[in-house]
Design a binder for this molecule. Structure first.
Ligand code: PGA
Length: 255
């Protein structure tokens, strides 16, 4: 697996002005960590300006969702073609908030993953079980189902698929961080499911962990087997916290 991946989705946060300041500081902060691959996922309205600002940097830009069609009568939707025009290279698909509040389902996600591939966008597919599914002991089945449907008939050779494992119960203000033991066990299961789907090519699919990653747990999580990157919310929005995360990752040789 190549460079360790570190990225953040801003969700519905940050004004234009905050975005500009953040990206400027992020560019400076990450400049010395050349072995990692950084990415940032602002809201749609900030994408073009963000792309212009990040143009000469190695930081990759993502969008938080997209439609699977290029154009049509779909008021309020965003075309993958426009994302490419705007300078986006990653499409985040299936974040649990989209599944929970906007009825995103695995079959539509499959169309979106295929559309991302058609457009040369990396599909960053988010998967995760909720608290009830965990309690009933069906996590493995839930994750395999999410993967098998969303990645149906998809090719995985060229690094165009990334997976983010984000247990729903670990995300956000009220989230309980998952334990390292749990994460390692689940990442192994995800890897095995990917192997079942893609054989050898499973090795080309990085698996990121997300959900209450913070400066205290990041170095331990980053060292777990089959954790190829971290997908960070709140702790990356505050660059002081993010700087601590980078220092801690560097101290364990991950950056
Ligand atoms: P969090 O968000 O790090 O704030 O828990 C993670 C996510 O939703 O990707």
């Amino acid at each position: 697996m190549e460079a360790f991946l570190i990225g953040t989705n801003w969700k519905m946060n940050k004004t234009f002005e905050e975005s500009e300041k953040y990206l400027k500081a992020l560019t400076e902060l990450t400049a010395s960590y050349k072995s990692a691959k950084f990415f940032v996922i602002p809201p749609y309205t900030h994408l073009k300006a963000s792309a212009d600002q990040l143009n000469k940097t190695p930081i990759k830009l993502g969008a938080q969702n997209m439609h699977w069609l290029d154009s049509g009568p779909y008021t309020g939707e965003i075309s993958p073609a426009w994302l490419c025009d705007a300078g986006v290279s990653i499409a985040e698909l299936g974040h649990s908030e989209r599944r929970q509040y906007y009825n995103e389902n695995d079959y539509d996600l499959n169309k979106k993953v295929c559309a991302a591939q058609r457009h040369g966008l990396v599909a960053l597919l988010c998967i995760g079980e909720n608290a009830q599914e965990k309690q009933f002991g069906v996590t493995k089945e839930i994750l395999c189902r999410q993967l098998k449907i969303a990645l149906h008939n998809v090719q995985a050779e060229n690094g165009s698929i990334w997976i983010a494992y984000e247990p729903v119960w670990a995300i956000g203000e009220n989230g309980t961080p998952a334990t390292p033991e749990y994460i390692e066990k689940i990442h192994q299961q995800i890897y095995e499911c990917l192997e079942e789907l893609f054989c050898e090519d499973a090795k080309n699919i990085p698996i990121l962990y997300g959900g209450s990653v913070n400066p205290d747990n990041c170095s331990c999580l980053a060292q777990l087997k089959h954790v190829d990157g971290l997908f960070i919310g709140r702790s990356a929005w505050d660059l002081k916290q993010f700087e601590k995360i980078l220092k801690n990752l560097q101290s364990v040789g991950k950056l």
